[in-house]
Design a binder for this molecule. Structure first.
Ligand SMILES: [Zn+2]
Length: 140
């Protein structure tokens, strides 16, 4: 009996290396945020968990962690996209106790049409115990 191949990677096991490459296991890193067991404590942690959601194809988490006013109605993820590396380049505020934060990151992907990277400076807001992705600042 064969399992039909799923295009998107499956949810990692708790002991697997976290896709955000923090060095922690999935269970001790983004896994607990994607599962809803706990809330990302900082803007960077939310950024990492959203990268992991892209890497594992978790569109629900992406929508859930999006600021309501800027959240798209729905989200179609490219099933051929493989996000495999995240570098956090800079963070401004976004710590425990802050109301907002800014995270600059570079994310790397492979795709049948070619590999590439995306650099973005994202804005985050904290409300009612949760961090949310708001939008991306325009590039200079
Ligand atoms: Zn992680």
């Amino acid at each position: 009996m064969t399992t039909p191949p799923t295009k998107l990677p499956r949810t990692p096991d708790a002991q697997d290396r976290c896709p955000c490459l923090s060095g922690n296991t999935y269970g001790e890193c983004c896994g607990r945020y994607l599962s809803g067991d706990s809330a990302a404590p900082t803007a960077e942690a939310l950024m990492r968990s959203r990268f992991t959601a892209f890497a594992t194809g978790d569109g629900d988490y992406l929508l859930r962690s999006w600021w309501p006013a800027t959240r798209p109605v729905d989200l179609e993820l490219d099933e051929d996209m493989r996000w495999y590396r995240l570098d956090i380049l800079d963070t401004v505020r976004g710590k425990v106790g802050d109301d907002d934060g800014v995270v600059t990151f570079r994310a790397y992907y492979r795709h049948p049409d070619g590999a590439g990277q995306q650099q973005e400076t994202s804005r985050f807001r904290h409300r009612d115990g949760h961090w949310y992705y708001v939008d991306a600042l325009a590039l200079d």
